[in-house]
Design a protein around this ligand. Structure first.
Ligand code: ATP
Ligand code: MG
Length: 167
């Protein structure tokens, strides 16, 4: 219960964030990866083109760290990749793992609060089932989209798409 309350307080700060700032996406991804590599996680980033975005940084960081947390937790101890691509009107940032994947019919359901596949998968993982619900809410509030797909060769790809402002 204490964990849940702490989580709510943290997230309410992310939602209350007012200002968008111009930032370097590579720096932000390095910061997110750094939070986990300190704890021994194996995260590989593929450097793409330079990208400056105007975003609410706490929101984007929370989304990515929830996705990386899942990739590490359910990714079967395999390295996790973070990649990004700049398209004409948007930046797409993806977190890729080599875990068991999420069955297609569950890929929307896992965004619901407290919905977990783990009990049936008999994992020792102890998540609360809120990570992806927070991801979806934060993304929607900012006009971003998130989705889960099967990764070719096995695993999951979780991507967030951030529209780029017209200059
Ligand atoms: P929390 O994030 O609150 O600590 P959680 O990880 O269980 O708990 P979500 O992040 O919302 O909650 O994920 C919901 C469920 O979706 C997980 O319990 C897991 O069953 C499944 N899931 C999420 N990400 C992945 C993934 N990358 N690979 C396989 N299953 C996943
Ligand atoms: Mg989670």
């Amino acid at each position: 219960m204490n964990q849940l309350i702490a989580r709510c307080l943290e997230v309410s700060r992310d939602f209350a964030e007012q200002d968008s700032v111009e930032l370097d996406l590579c720096d932000l991804l390095a910061e997110v990866a750094g939070e986990f590599t300190g704890a021994g996680a194996d995260i590989r980033g593929r450097k793409g083109p330079d990208c400056h975005l105007r975003v609410r940084p706490l929101a984007l960081k929370r989304i990515l760290s929830n996705l990386v947390d899942n990739a590490l937790r359910y990714g079967g101890e395999q390295p996790v990749d973070i990649e990004y691509r700049i398209e004409e009107n948007s930046a797409e940032i993806c977190v890729l793992d080599r875990g068991p994947g999420i069955p297609e019919e569950e890929r929307e359901a896992v965004f619901r609060p407290f919905y977990r596949l783990e009990p049936s998968r008999s994992s020792r993982t102890g998540g609360s089932g809120l990570g992806l619900a927070i991801v979806r809410q934060l993304a929607t509030a900012n006009g971003w989209t998130v989705g889960l797909e099967a990764r070719p060769g096995g695993g999951t790809v979780a991507c967030v798409r951030v529209p780029l402002e017209e200059k």
